[in-house]
Design a binder for this molecule. Structure first.
Ligand SMILES: Cc1cc2nc3c(=O)[nH]c(=O)nc-3n(C[C@H](O)[C@H](O)[C@H](O)COP(=O)(O)OP(=O)(O)OC[C@H]3O[C@@H](n4cnc5c(N)ncnc54)[C@H](O)[C@@H]3O)c2cc1C
Length: 496
């Protein structure tokens, strides 16, 4: 097998990592590559579309990448329901945009907000949108262990396949390579339209802000999701909620930003907002004043960040507009510091208070705050999700600070801000955990204390499924430590 050198760069990162990468496109090639890696005792990590913000797909020192972004890129219809829904078998290298091209009148449940992510990468991170978890639309998947063994995972089978069915979503590639999924596609008419309602616009720490977030989350009308955008330190915020309209309903208001198909323009706007973060606030303020209503095509609304991936190419173009933008410091890599925290919904006010109290200690970084957003979620069914399996609703706050050009010097302060929010919330906001799906900035003891259940669960399974500890990324190393998985373990009862 021949490895090629590639330079890996997480989304929004200014760091890059030259590594050797093997590419596989079929299950047979995958099994062959795994055999080679075992024989040569090479540690490795699967690589999807490389859209992670953190080091999830970056191999540890001396290890290699296993590029599975083209793995089994085909889709086969397995069953058609009376309501027009489909169960399909889709390869792990399929991206949301590929499904759209093949099934323009169907959609997946709860995908991330950009469509160039692979199904394998989304499942490994147990991603969510504003209304639920992507894994909830998957009824089975094929897992190939580092030993080359294949396991069919489903709630319907006996033994280890049933246990792994619930444990692999969120395992971040630590247990093996998912080869294909049985995935639900729901029917959706091409011209389905959503209304994006602005339920609240004003100061973020006001009672009305929290009431709007909670009522939007609980309303059946807004089953497509509700969330809040917040700017600055205890600044202005908007609570927006998505309503799917019956076919043929009249559209109201103008079109919601970032929901049209002009992806090059969106990408350029992302570059400008990254350089001048107040531009993002200005656009959102203008679009979502209190009570405003805007319309959007369902696909553009669901994948409202799909222009993001083009920013580098668009901002590198020749021409006056692009040249001027670069001269003013626009950086198409959209460099950001980015972190999210999950916590029990009942801790929402407590978390926000703690977050802003820590931000008070860092007055220099406020001007680089691009956006802070908030989403509430139903209880989580997945033990390896960042928050684990819960019987309670969750909240997630995601915070982004942009660091193009001279703002890069603020990186250590922003990192320290994130570390302090993590440390303080461990102390003051019961149940908070740093998201494992974004960049991770937390002192090692804080990260390990928050994620002790994840480390024990995945560490235990890893010992059993990957006895030579071959699977490892820089992200997993942060969790397990360079000495490998810890001694204590929780594993299932059934022998493999
Ligand atoms: C613009 C943008 C918007 C986003 N929006 C959201 C959002 O709304 N909600 C959300 O939750 N996340 C969101 N994300 C995060 C994104 O969904 C995750 O980072 C996702 O894991 C990226 O998948 P990828 O295909 O790029 O895989 P990579 O980044 O290459 O890898 C991600 C992880 O998956 C593992 N992996 C990849 N393929 C496989 C496989 N076949 N088998 C086993 N493990 C595998 C890798 O080892 C790695 O640990 C967003 C990211 C971006 C850049």
């Amino acid at each position: 097998m021949q490895a090629m050198q590639q330079v890996l760069r997480p989304a929004g990162s200014v760091d890059s990592y030259p590594v050797d990468v093997f590419q596989v496109q079929t299950k047979e090639e995958l099994i062959c590559a795994l055999e080679h890696l075992r024989r040569t005792k090479k540690r490795f990590i699967p690589i999807g579309a490389q859209r992670s913000f953190g080091q999830h797909f970056v191999p540890v020192e001396g290890a290699v990448g296993l590029d599975v972004s083209s793995l089994e890129r085909n889709v086969e219809v397995l069953e058609e329901g009376e309501d027009g829904s489909l169960w399909v078998r889709a390869g792990a290298g399929i991206r949301f945009i590929d499904l759209r091209q093949q099934f323009p009148e169907h959609r997946v449940l709860h995908p991330p907000t950009t469509d160039t992510i692979t199904l394998g990468g989304a499942f490994a991170a147990c991603v969510h949108n504003m209304s639920g978890y992507f894994a909830s639309g998957i009824r089975a998947f094929e897992l190939v262990l580092p030993t080359g063994e294949e396991v069919f995972c489903s709630a319907e089978v006996e033994g280890v396949g049933a246990e792994l069915f619930s444990i692999v979503p969120g395992a971040m590639g630590a247990l093996g390579v998912v080869c294909s999924f049985e995935l639900l596609l729901q029917p959706v008419a091409r011209d389905t339209t959503w209304h994006v309602h602005s339920l609240y616009a004003g100061p973020v720490m006001a009672d009305e802000f929290y009431r709007a977030v909670e009522s939007g989350f609980e309303s059946e009308k807004f089953a497509e999701g509700c969330g809040a955008f917040m700017y600055g330190n205890r600044g202005w915020g908007a609570v927006v909620a998505d309503e799917q309209l019956p076919l043929g309903s009249p559209r109201q208001g103008g079109q919601a930003p970032l929901t049209d198909d002009k992806l090059d323009q969106q990408a350029f706007a992302q570059g400008i907002a990254n350089r001048f973060p107040r531009v993002a606030e200005w656009i959102v303020r203008k679009s979502y004043s209190m009570g405003a209503k805007r319309w959007a095509p369902w696909y553009g609304a669901q994948f409202f960040q799909r222009g993001y991936d083009r920013a580098f190419d668009v901002c590198s173009r020749s021409g006056l507009k692009y040249g001027l933008a670069r001269a003013f410091g626009v950086d198409g890599r959209l460099p950001i510091m980015h972190q999210a925290w999950f916590f029990p919904r009942e801790q929402l006010r407590n978390f926000m208070k703690t977050y802003f109290e820590v931000l008070d200690q860092f007055p220099d970084i406020e001007s680089r705050a691009e956006q802070q957003d908030l989403v509430l979620l139903q209880p989580c069914a997945y033990p390896a999700h960042s928050m684990g399996q819960t019987s309670f609703d969750l909240a997630v706050v995601t915070s982004s600070f942009t660091i193009p050009g001279s703002a890069r010097k603020l990186r250590p302060q922003i990192e320290e801000f994130y570390r302090r929010v993590s440390a303080f919330s461990l102390e003051k906001v019961p149940g908070t955990r740093v998201s494992l799906c974004k960049q991770v900035h937390a002192d090692s003891h804080v990260l390990k204390a928050m994620h002790a259940p994840w480390i024990e669960l995945i560490g235990g399974w890893k010992k059993r499924l990957d006895p030579e500890d071959l699977l490892c990324s820089r992200h997993l190393e942060d969790l397990f430590g360079s000495e490998g998985v810890p001694e204590q373990s929780i594993v299932g009862d059934d022998a493999l």
